[in-house]
Design a protein around this ligand. Structure first.
Ligand SMILES: Nc1ncnc2c1ncn2[C@@H]1O[C@H](COP(=O)(O)OP(=O)(O)OP(=O)(O)O)[C@@H](O)[C@H]1O
Length: 249
């Protein structure tokens, strides 16, 4: 498939990125990181290490104080607000605080993500049902999300993030409130999407999510990259001079 004219195989590229929250909280320092198209990467590190901030920088919910961020060929730091939708339509984000509409039903909360991109009613109903089945929430489809447990709300946030089959999924502690069986369901959904080509970055404290597989694990410590547990980039990753492999940081 690859030809000389095909786009590079890099989906997310951070070069020497720093983030200081005003007045002086140094949340991210000099992080360089490349995520290839179709990779699953786990982002780990202690509470306060900067995981959420890194995801927010990639999705341009925060602007970097220094450095370059390229996502799917978009220069994220320089993107004007009127063009933010070009980036956001490529990314599905599952936040730690869910950001659901508590007065609307489960089905409505998932449907909204598809309505805003003008999906047909029949598509929306089919996709919503499919996701609710995968996440074991069909029986809750007409329940207001404000009446759900945190684990149920978490799964709805994930369903909404993936509903439009975005190119990239950024998931912040996606299994933080889930038992082992439900965690396995969520991870099965992520792996299914990944097999279809989706690039996925998962911030997590839960080592069990990555100990059973050989996906890359990147550890943040006080806002800096630490030697990753699985240091190597994927096999075919060779030198892109602009990108600093995490193993060299
Ligand atoms: N909006 C903000 N304003 C000021 N400081 C912030 C803000 N958001 C995060 N921070 C600080 O930045 C640092 C990194 O926070 P971040 O939420 O990115 O860490 P984290 O690794 O995701 O933590 P956790 O695992 O607890 O969610 C912390 O010191 C935090 O207090």
């Amino acid at each position: 498939m690859s030809t000389d004219t095909s786009p590079p195989d890099v989906m997310i590229d951070l070069i020497k990125v720093s983030k200081i929250y005003p007045p002086d909280v140094q949340a991210i320092t000099d992080v360089s990181l490349t995520v290839r198209r179709g990779e699953i990467v786990f982002l780990t590190g202690m509470s306060g290490a900067g995981k959420t901030t890194l995801l927010r920088l990639i999705s341009r919910m925060e602007k970097p104080s220094k450095g370059m961020i390229d996502v799917a060929g978009i220069d994220v730091a320089k993107l004007p607000p009127r063009k933010l939708h070009l980036l956001r339509r490529k990314i599905g984000m599952a936040y730690q605080d869910f950001k659901l509409l508590p007065e609307r039903t489960v089905a409505d909360n998932i449907a909204i993500a598809m309505e805003v991109v003008f999906r047909s009613r029949s598509f929306i109903e089919k996709r919503t049902r499919e996701l609710l089945e995968q996440l074991d929430l069909v029986r809750k489809h007409a329940t207001r999300t404000g009446e759900l447990s945190r684990g149920e709300q978490q799964r709805i946030a994930i369903a909404r993030a993936v509903a439009n089959s975005p190119e990239i999924i950024l998931a912040d502690e996606p299994t933080g409130n889930l038992d082992a069986e439900t965690t396995a369901r969520v991870m099965a959904l992520f792996h299914q999407l990944n097999r279809q080509g989706t690039t996925i970055v998962i911030a997590t404290h839960d080592q069990s999510l990555y100990q059973q597989n050989d996906h890359r694990v990147i550890e943040l410590h006080c806002g800096r990259l630490r030697s990753p547990l699985h240091a190597e980039l994927p096999e075919d990753a060779e030198s892109d001079e602009r990108s600093v492999p995490v193993s060299e940081v």
